[in-house]
Write a protein of this length. Sequence first.
Length: 209
Amino acid sequence: MSVADLVLLTVRTLADFNSTSLAVRRSALEADAHLLKELPIGVDLFIFASSLRAGGLMYFTDERLTLYRVHGGNWSSNWTFTFRLEEGGKEVQLRRARALLQLIKVLKLIGSNLVDDDIITYLCARSFFKGSLMLLLLPELGTLPPELRLGLSDIKLAFGCYKLKEVYESLTDVAFVMGKALLSPLLASPKGRSIIGRLAEGIRKSLRR
């Protein structure tokens, strides 16, 4: 199996999630250990990607070998914050923004340093979360810098992601990326995001009627 196919299989089965479900040799991580200092979260993603980079055999099993305790502080319990952008109060929105910023940083680090250029799975996810961040109506985010906006390169990436059915599973998803990329100068500022948010809310209300 090629590394690219292995990444696709792993992401679809969430085999790179939850570090207590992973066991790797220390030598597989040592070459990239310096990157750990740059990770705010996502150690499990790092372990998997670094292991791929090191090469060697990998074994996957469907056996349930660990228990996962679910509580209010779980990262996974907050995962849906990144998808339900319109829900929650100010505190939830701020937590959502923080989670998105952390994920974008982690996915950029992994996509740029630990996997080959032709493996775009993690970059697809990064592009998706950048688009989600641009829709948050939080003045606290200020004006988004260029690296947190969607651009032409993200549109090209979206077509590649759609081809692989990674994150963007329909042409409608790609169209949304194109729309957000074109509106990027407006969505970059708090005022612009507020204007777009009010327009979107007006459209939602009219559709409900």
